[in-house]
Ligand binder design. Structure first.
Ligand SMILES: NC(=O)c1ccc[n+]([C@@H]2O[C@H](COP(=O)([O-])OP(=O)(O)OC[C@H]3O[C@@H](n4cnc5c(N)ncnc54)[C@H](OP(=O)(O)O)[C@@H]3O)[C@@H](O)[C@H]2O)c1
Length: 286
């Protein structure tokens, strides 16, 4: 049995991993929420790693409020950088492989073609910087790690863009959505399958990997798919980033090149719209 600690039990990603448990009989998962394991506390991390022997730690814990991070950067740093460092040190002490989730927001968005793992990071907001610094802490501390950068995560769990559009359709008649930021929506369930594959393969191809669904979209295009599928009574207005001011700047282009993950682990990434429709089937709305 492979023993796996999963932090951030209530994150949408950890909930997708929980949904998958039955399909991974060779893995014994131990999910911890932020009360049971606060990654910003060295004592909490030490206690967890001493209490049980793990082969892997999947870090789903993160400070993910991109705009709020601009006004409380220390809180974002505490979780995304210091917390990740605490986990990396514990993994080193206990000989555990760390699988950490990072983001397309480590890039500045100036490229016009999909970002590869070799491209220079240059975050343009606090969230991206704290996530990039978390990656650096792992690389300084560990040899046996997987850093998986992903983008625009959604699922049928927790708060995400799909849920936001569904909620807004009950509250508003029209909304403005930016049409000049390009990325790739990614179904967290597909990412959880990839994470479980790395674990079951017991892969030693450590390093950074990009994982997302296939293709590209703007937030406007993403919203349009959601509205059309559910036939929502919500008018969409296409706006540019300079008309839709947010506290955090966002990269204009952050599509990830997933070739390395596809070749290394022999996976096929699904087209983003087909994964979105699959996700819709698990939504419990009238
Ligand atoms: N969402 C996206 O669009 C996106 C895109 C690219 C990459 N990512 C990355 O993917 C990963 C998963 O994202 P997600 O959207 O699934 O996350 P999420 O739903 O926002 O959940 C984050 C989780 O982290 C937990 N957490 C926060 N501080 C913690 C701490 N000090 N100790 C332990 N747990 C703590 C939270 O617990 P509480 O609720 O109890 O505080 C929450 O359950 C993250 O690393 C994120 O940066 C996300």
């Amino acid at each position: 049995m492979i023993s796996v600690l999963v932090t951030g039990k209530d994150s949408q990603l950890a909930q997708c991993i929980r949904d998958l448990q039955e399909n991974c009989p060779e893995i014994s998962f131990d999910f911890k929420n932020s009360k049971e394991l606060d990654i910003t506390s060295e004592q909490s991390v030490a206690k967890t790693f001493k209490a049980k022997t793990y082969d892997y730690c999947v870090n789903c814990a993160a400070y993910t409020a991109v705009d709020k991070a601009e006004i409380e950067p220390q809180k974002a740093k505490l979780v995304n950088t210091i917390g990740v460092k605490n986990l990396a040190l514990a993994c080193k002490r206990h000989n555990v492989v760390l699988i950490h989730i990072s983001t397309d927001f480590v890039f500045d968005g100036k490229k016009k073609t999909p970002y590869t793992e070799e491209d220079q990071t240059n975050p343009i907001n606090v969230y991206g910087k704290t996530k990039r610094d978390g990656e650096i802490e792992i690389q300084k501390t560990l040899k046996r790690y997987f850093i998986i950068r992903t983008s625009w995560l959604y699922s049928n769990h927790s708060n995400n863009f799909v849920r936001t559009i569904l909620r807004l359709s009950n509250e508003k008649e029209e909304i403005d959505v930016v049409n000049d930021q390009i990325g790739c929506p990614t179904y967290a369930s597909d990412l959880s399958v990839f994470i479980c594959k790395i674990i079951t393969l017991n892969s030693e191809h450590y390093g950074i990997y990009h994982f997302s669904n296939e293709g590209k979209a703007t937030w406007y295009g993403f919203a349009k798919q959601i509205i059309e599928y559910w036939q929502l009574n919500l008018k969409l207005n296409s706006v540019n980033s300079n008309e839709y001011i947010t506290k955090a700047k966002r990269p204009g282009f952050s599509v990830l090149d997933t070739s390395k993950a596809k070749h290394t682990f022999e996976i096929i990434t699904k087209e983003w719209k087909s994964s979105l429709y699959k996700c819709f089937l698990s939504y419990d709305i009238q």
